[in-house]
Design a protein around this ligand. Structure first.
Ligand code: DC
Length: 230
C-alpha cells in the first residue's frame, strides 16, 4: 500500500483527535493535532498579556510570532502525545476553558494561520500522517488522498467535552457554558475570513452522533485501505 496523507476536519469536540489517533496507531502513521498548535499559540498570547476578553495586542503578537515554538513529545509513562510550548509541556493548560474561549479569535488572525500552516506542511512533507483540524483538507493539504469531514450535534459534542473536563477533575464546569462555547466556536470557525471551517468538495462526511468508537474506527480503516490501494 502506498503512503498517503489523511486529513480529518470537522466541528470542535467531534472526536476528530480520538479517531485520528486510533487510526494512526493502527496503521503506523504519525498523528498531528493541528488544533493543539492554535491552542498553544493562544496560551502564549494569554501568558504574555496579549489578549483579554475584548482585545488582542496584534502588534505585539505579530512581532513575537517567531518566539512561539511549538513541538510534540511522548509521555514515557503512557505513550500519549503531549504538546510543548517553548520547551514546557502545556498539554493540560491548552485544554482549559480559558484557552478554549479565546482560541477562535487567535486562530482567525491571518499571520497566525500562515505561520502554523507552514509548520504543518513541513511536518507532513513525507506523507504517512493523519492530521486533524478545520482546514487540513481545504488549505493545508488540499491534495490529501483521504479527506474526512466529521460532524455530530452540538449537544452531543458539549456532553462529550463536559465528560472529558470532569474526568480531568476540572472544577466549576457548567454544561450550558460548554454548549455556548461549542456553538460560538462553530460560528467563529465557519465565518472567519481566512480558511473558514468548510467541507472540502472531495471529503467523505461522517456524522458520528450515534456511532460507537468501534463502528467509526472500522469505517475509517476501510476508507484508508481503499484510498491507500488506489
Ligand atoms: O480541534 P481543537 O478544538 O483543539 O481546535 C482548537 C481551535 O483551533 C478551534 O476553535 C479552531 C482552531 N483550529 C483552526 O482554526 N484550524 C485548524 N486546522 C485546527 C484548529
Amino acid at each position: 500500500m502506498k503512503k498517503i496523507t489523511i486529513a480529518i476536519d470537522g466541528y470542535s469536540s467531534c472526536g476528530k483527535s480520538t479517531m485520528a489517533k486510533s487510526l494512526a496507531k493502527r496503521i503506523g502513521y504519525i498523528y498531528i493535532d493541528s488544533g493543539a498548535m492554535y491552542r498553544a499559540a493562544t496560551l502564549y498570547a494569554i501568558n504574555n498579556g496579549m489578549i483579554d476578553d475584548e482585545n488582542i495586542d496584534e502588534e505585539s503578537l505579530k512581532n513575537h510570532l517567531s518566539d512561539i515554538k511549538i513541538s510534540f513529545t511522548i509521555d514515557p509513562e503512557n505513550g500519549k502525545q503531549l504538546t510543548c510550548l517553548n520547551g514546557d509541556v502545556v498539554e493540560d493548560r491548552i485544554r482549559s476553558m480559558e484557552v478554549s474561549s479565546k482560541v477562535s479569535r487567535i486562530s482567525a488572525l491571518p499571520y497566525v494561520r500562515q505561520a502554523i500552516t507552514d509548520q504543518l506542511q513541513d511536518m507532513g512533507r513525507e506523507k504517512g500522517i493523519v492530521m486533524d483540524g478545520r482546514d487540513i483538507g481545504t488549505t493545508v493539504f488540499p491534495d490529501a488522498e483521504l479527506k474526512i469531514f466529521l460532524t455530530a450535534s452540538a449537544e452531543i459534542r458539549a456532553q462529550r467535552r463536559y465528560d472529558e473536563l470532569k474526568a480531568k477533575g476540572e472544577e466549576n464546569i457548567d454544561f450550558d457554558e460548554i454548549l455556548r462555547n461549542v456553538k460560538e466556536r462553530d460560528h467563529l470557525d465557519m465565518t472567519r475570513e481566512v480558511s473558514p471551517l468548510r467541507q472540502a468538495p472531495d471529503a467523505l462526511v461522517l456524522d458520528n452522533s450515534h456511532l460507537s468508537y468501534e463502528e467509526q474506527d472500522a469505517w475509517l480503516l476501510s476508507q484508508y485501505e481503499r484510498a491507500a490501494s488506489e
